[in-house]
Write a protein that binds this ligand. Structure first.
Ligand SMILES: [Zn+2]
Length: 279
């Protein structure tokens, strides 16, 4: 792995996203991400040789450094990316997510998927190229839809099998991956019907959120119930039901797009129901 070829000023202060064994090196205080002049950080030249420019945060450049193992650099500790969710602002979390996605991209594109030869980084963009057959790859991004569905003053919430064993299970809106050749609207209708066996109408786009676990892009919508009785897909869900907006179960945390959609539905219904006191 090489630098993307962008000029690096070694005297310039930068944010350092140091990843090893799928964890990131975090400082105990402040913004968690190490910040400073490269010369002041305990990173040896041989460790930083494979650094990648990720972008800019608060006017300072951001670099990804991938280490072969979790070296003790004398400061901070390694932790999971999820630790940062809700603990840093959205832009810094997105940059950390980008660091993990790009690290995974280089790790999983060492060899050409078309001819099997070694791939090489391109020095002016984040991409890998096979000089044998000219095949070129970019970081993989998997689009997903996520949709909050309203029926009068109720929201459809589901308990997913993956949350089933939690002590305090989270009830959330429906979501699913976009399939090849699908529009986002087609995907919403298909996923909602597959998972809950109902039809929706009046689909409205709300917002998107990169979800780097490992490389999704969530596109969030709200919709209205149209027809059908709930019948769940038992492979994915334990339950799904309509919940009164003023008496919701445990829903996803702030900082998640799911929560943003739920809040939007609750706020929209504010003229008809007592406003919720949500965190
Ligand atoms: Zn090739």
């Amino acid at each position: 792995m090489k630098s993307t070829g962008l000029n690096i000023n070694f005297q310039e202060n930068a944010w350092w996203f140091i990843i090893a064994n799928d964890q990131i090196l975090l400082q105990p205080q402040g913004d968690f991400i190490p910040y400073g002049n490269l010369d002041d950080l305990p990173l040896s030249a041989e460790l930083v040789i494979n650094k990648i420019k990720l972008g800019v945060y608060q006017s300072s450049p951001c670099y990804l450094v991938t280490l072969p193992e979790q070296h003790d650099l004398g400061f901070g500790e390694y932790d999971d990316l999820r630790f940062l969710l809700g603990r840093v602002d959205d832009l810094l979390f997105e940059m950390a997510g980008r660091a993990f996605q790009i690290k995974l991209f280089y790790q999983t594109h060492q060899y050409c998927g078309q001819c099997g030869e070694k791939m090489h980084p391109i020095n002016w963009e984040i991409a890998m190229k096979c000089y044998h057959c000219e095949h070129r790859c970019y970081p993989r991004i998997s689009p997903c839809i996520i949709v909050g569905i309203r029926k009068e003053n109720k929201i459809l919430l589901a308990l997913h099998r993956r949350h089933q064993k939690s002590n305090n299970p989270i009830y959330t809106v429906l979501a699913g991956f976009v399939e090849a050749g699908e529009t986002l609207e087609t995907c919403i209708h298909r996923e909602v019907y597959e998972e809950a066996h109902i039809r929706v109408k009046n689909i409205e786009y709300v917002a998107s959120q990169p979800w780097p676990f490992p490389h999704s892009l969530m596109m969030g919508y709200i919709a209205e119930y149209d027809s059908g009785d709930i019948k769940i897909d038992q492979k994915e869900l334990c339950s799904a039901d309509w919940y009164e907006m003023n008496n919701l179960p445990n829903v996803p945390n702030h900082g998640t797009l799911a929560r943003q959609l739920i809040n939007k539905l609750v706020n929209q219904s504010g003229q008809q129901t007592a406003p919720l006191s949500m965190e």
